[in-house]
Write a protein that binds this ligand. Structure first.
Ligand SMILES: C[S@@+](CC[C@H](N)C(=O)[O-])C[C@H]1O[C@@H](n2cnc3c(N)ncnc32)[C@H](O)[C@@H]1O
Length: 435
């Protein structure tokens, strides 16, 4: 018996081999509960912030639901029977239950091999700093009204969050990033499901080459074997496994060989989870096209995309080149050359901010050019603190976007974690292209 995912065959024997199944994580936020009231929508328990409540309401409005928020704030009353309740069940991001039935997203988030609630399926692969919260991206795809086979653009695709989330909803995604490491991450997260059986065929051969020569740490046996893999998607998968292990080794001082084996196993299980969830929920996946490119000069036609969701580099908040130096070097890139093309890392002091602003103007003009009229662009951006002063990037982006023809339709404050010294909140800016 054989099943087909995106035109590729996956043999049952191999599926079993991959899924020796360690259990996926079960989080308090996603526990099943008996649910008697058939006229309600129930939020996921991890939805805790005002901005999430705001987005939850916007996604309902955008999907045409008539509702009222009840006193408890976690439950919403349906005021009238929605026309296509099944469609809502398949699309919603912030709700776990509708009309007594679990949403698709409830099942998706359970396929998680990590300790972080939002790193389900392949999202966790590679510890990239500054990732989007995937649940928010799913909601935003709903909010800006994208449907199956529409195309969303993320001109700063980063770790590929927009790519995975749009793929899951059947929305096509075009992603661009100046960093080859980001493009690799996005591809591995969305393409490995197509070549799963071949990934499994290479596993033993690859594992034989890891940590074989303890006396010669420069031993290139692993690299050579990875390079010899003919199928690019399979080769990318193993290259990524190596980069995750390099990151564990440099950042967390873990033994390379042990980290490689552990991560490879988890990566294989995560790809298998992805394939399972596609089958179980009968998902029709969107097409993903991610390439190395420059947001200031997008490789796209005028008026060609149905929506944009993105977060540009945050001025001086994060140095993406230094942050991923070990991985970029392992991929053979010259950091100095790369730095020249990255937005937000060139120059010092005032000059850095001026260069950033000029680059962002060009990127905004490009976003305006490629977006279809009357469609929406969501830009998530914050004001960073630099040398004790707040840099007003949010205001700058709003002003310039409006100058070139975007209209700001929503501006939602969002709390952020992990960058307290430079930034406490960011803004979700929703613009409409008016003509
Ligand atoms: C805030 S991150 C995006 C993170 C992404 N939203 C995610 O979920 O992982 C900004 C990205 O902009 C990219 N970038 C910097 N300069 C660029 C340029 N000129 N063109 C395209 N991407 C660029 C960086 O490599 C980085 O991945």
């Amino acid at each position: 018996m054989e099943k087909t995912i995106m035109g590729k065959e996956i043999k049952v024997k191999e599926k079993i081999a991959a899924g020796k199944t360690e259990k996926t994580n079960d989080f308090w936020a996603f526990k099943d509960e008996p649910f008697p009231n058939e006229k309600q929508l129930i939020l996921f328990d991890n939805v805790q912030f005002i901005y999430e409540l705001a987005l939850a309401q916007l996604e309902l409005k955008s999907l045409g639901v008539e509702f009222e928020v009840t006193n408890g704030l976690r439950e919403f009353e349906l005021l009238e029977e929605p026309k296509d309740i099944e469609y809502l069940r398949r699309r919603l991001a912030y709700f776990k239950l509708i009309n007594g039935e679990y949403t698709d997203y409830f099942y998706i988030v359970k396929k998680n091999r990590t300790r972080s609630v939002n790193q389900y399926l392949t999202h966790w692969i590679y510890p990239y700093k500054g990732k989007f919260h995937p649940q928010m991206i799913r909601a935003l795809l709903n909010i800006i009204g994208l449907r199956e086979e529409d195309t969303v653009l993320d001109p700063f695709i980063g770790s590929g969050t927009t790519a995975v989330e749009s793929q899951l909803l059947g929305i096509n995604c075009v992603g661009v990033d100046i960093s080859p490491l980001c493009v690799l991450q996005s591809k591995v997260k969305t393409e490995s499901i197509e070549v799963f059986s071949e990934i499994l065929k290479w596993r033993d051969e690859i594992l034989k080459k890891v940590g074989v020569n303890l006396f010669n740490p420069d031993d290139k046996a692993l690299d050579k074997t990875i390079e010899s893999i003919g199928n690019e998607k399979v080769r990318n998968f193993y290259l990524m496994a190596k980069l995750v292990a390099i990151s564990d080794n440099t950042r967390r001082k873990k033994d390379f060989a042990k980290a490689f084996r552990k991560n490879l196993n988890l990566m294989i299980l995560s790809v298998k989870d992805y394939i399972d969830v596609v089958e179980e929920l009968n998902l029709k996946l969107g097409k993903v096209d991610v390439k190395v490119g420059d947001s200031r000069n997008l490789p796209l036609e005028d008026n060609s995309v149905d929506g944009i969701i993105t977060s540009p580099p945050y001025s001086i908040a994060l140095d993406y080149v230094s942050n991923d130096a070990h991985a970029l070097e392992a991929l053979g890139y010259d950091l100095k050359e790369l730095r020249e093309k990255f937005i937000g890392v060139r120059g010092k002091g005032r000059e850095r901010i001026d260069l950033y602003n000029e680059d962002m103007k060009r990127s905004l003009e490009e976003m305006y050019r490629v977006l279809k009229p009357e469609k929406y662009a969501v830009i998530i951006i914050g004001n960073a603190t630099y040398q004790g002063k707040e840099i007003k990037t949010v205001e700058f982006i709003i002003d310039y976007a409006q100058k070139i023809g975007f209209r700001l339709v929503k501006n939602i404050d969002k709390i952020i974690f992990g960058l307290y010294n430079v930034m406490q909140k960011e803004n979700i800016l929703i613009f409409k292209k008016e003509i």
